[in-house]
Design a protein around this ligand. Structure first.
Ligand code: SUG
Length: 457
């Protein structure tokens, strides 16, 4: 008997230092909202509500813990000393104040950037492979991979999983994980086609590339992941993002395209050489399949209806496409911002009414995350797991009413209602955050994953 196989959405829980620091060049929301007062409590509760909503639809939903912030080990590595954490924060303020927001960012909530995951049906050895993203393009994110690796190892234990090191740091192998990676398949348990999208070539500088904003994923990093995950031959495609889209604020492919099972929903200007990309995807999906198997379905959104500018502002493509149990078609999980832009709302309405692949749109309020450029799809990392793998997992991370109650109570107890940029200088934040995270590792049964739990003080 084959065991049931699910695609589990692991959502990043927003950390206690969520704030608006304008750290990500090329991410328009991050830049436009810099300096606003954030609400870490609201942000975390909005994220938990999203997880609960998907679990209530009957989907397998899980949670990934936030990282420790402010990250004192990074400050120490950069030569900032002090007898206590308070001294280190004070010395940072005196000698390198620009570091404070970078080491305090709760950006690890956007777990679509945590890692690239190739699930067991797609790999030659039949194991699920993880490569934590090095996030080399942005300093505040480049400090994430070490903790990400520990968290993934704490949850995905045993012989079913292979954990690779992040690719070498630096611009040549800059890698932003699943935000630039999609998997197509007919059933989650069947071999899929893995679709990697990069922003620029690292070695061949004569190739097209964006001119205003950084390309955060290189072709060479995609190739390295394909090699180390040992993907089934002919079952992956590597394509280039349209450089003009990056320059218009599309800093990851998941801001302009999203896929699920055999459906790709994308903007007309998402890719370079679109026809070729679609043909390659289709033939890869059909290869080795039964002769009567259907290929990919495409929903292309024309610029005449929705410009790239509107796509970036609404996050229409940072939606999640899901298939709730018992349904054949897709439901779209969209940020409420899509409801507030007339052409986008009309388009979604048309999809539900007239497109056979789309049944329903559910709008969620994720404003706290959205203001930093993080929509529904940014907040989740997809991992295909069998029933046995879920049962064997010792971490208490799978969302149900009980865990939802526990985690909302934990947020209410530990999180601030407001956090302004100036509050990052408050040394109490370090201690508050550690107390919260220490308790969280117990609630989630994760063991020690944070530097403050592992390293000598
Ligand atoms: O890396 N924003 C994140 C948003 C990541 C969105 N992820 C996906 N598209 N998958 C980033 O640019 C802003 C932090 C600040 O400015 O305070 C930030 O890091």
């Amino acid at each position: 008997m084959t065991s049931q196989v699910f695609e589990v959405n692991f959502d990043g829980l927003v950390g206690p230092t969520h704030n608006y620091a304008g750290l990500s060049r090329g991410n328009l929301a991050s830049n436009n909202n810099a300096g606003l007062i954030a609400s870490p409590k609201q942000a975390a509760l909005q994220g938990l509500e999203k997880m609960k909503a998907l679990a209530d639809l009957g989907l397998m939903q899980a949670v990934l813990p936030p990282h420790e912030r402010p990250h004192i080990p990074t400050l120490k590595k950069l030569g900032i000393a002090g007898d206590t954490e308070s001294d280190i924060i004070a010395n940072t303020l005196n000698t390198a104040p620009y570091l404070l927001s970078a080491v305090s960012s709760a950006s690890n909530m956007w777990v679509a950037n945590a890692a690239t995951v190739s699930p067991f049906p797609d790999t030659v050895d039949g194991k699920t492979h993880f490569t934590p993203a090095n996030l080399s393009s942005m300093f505040h994110r480049s400090i994430e991979p070490e903790t990400t690796a520990r968290i993934l190892k704490a949850i995905f234990r045993g012989d079913d999983y292979v954990h690779h090191n992040p690719l070498p740091a630096g611009s040549f192998f800059s890698d932003e994980g699943a935000a630039n990676h999609t998997r197509f398949c007919r059933e989650y348990a069947e071999v899929g086609v893995e679709f990697f999208v990069y922003g620029a070539h690292a070695f061949d500088k004569s190739q097209p590339k964006p001119t205003q904003f950084p390309a955060r994923q290189t072709k060479e990093s995609c190739e390295a992941i394909v090699r180390q995950h040992n993907l089934c031959p002919h079952k992956y495609i590597i394509a280039q993002q349209n450089p003009a889209a990056i320059d218009a604020g599309v800093f990851h492919n998941d801001v302009i395209a999203v896929g699920n099972r055999n459906l790709l929903f994308y903007h007309e200007q998402a890719f370079l050489n679109t026809d070729d990309v679609l043909a390659q995807l289709n033939s890869a999906l059909k290869r080795d399949a039964l002769p009567d198997a259907s290929g990919l379905q495409f929903i292309e959104v024309p610029s005449a209806l929705i410009s790239i500018h509107d796509a970036v502002n609404s996050y229409l493509f940072n939606t999640q496409l899901i298939t709730p149990p018992g349904r054949k078609n897709h439901t779209i999980i969209a940020p409420a911002e899509c409801k507030h832009m007339r052409n986008v709302a009309d388009y979604l309405h048309w999809l539900v009414e007239d497109h056979p692949a789309i049944d329903e749109v559910i709008f969620l309020d994720l404003k706290q995350s959205m203001r930093n450029g993080g929509g529904p799809a940014c907040l989740r990392l997809r991992v295909v797991m069998s029933c046995q793998q879920i049962e064997k997992c010792s971490a208490n991370v799978f969302m149900d009413d009980g865990l939802y109650e526990t985690l909302t109570g934990w947020v209410e107890k530990h999180y601030r209602d407001e956090l302004a940029p100036a509050d990052l200088a408050d040394p109490e934040l370090v201690y508050e955050s550690r107390r919260a995270l220490d308790e969280l590792t117990q609630l989630l049964n994760l063991g020690s994953i944070y530097d403050f739990q592992l390293l000598p003080r």
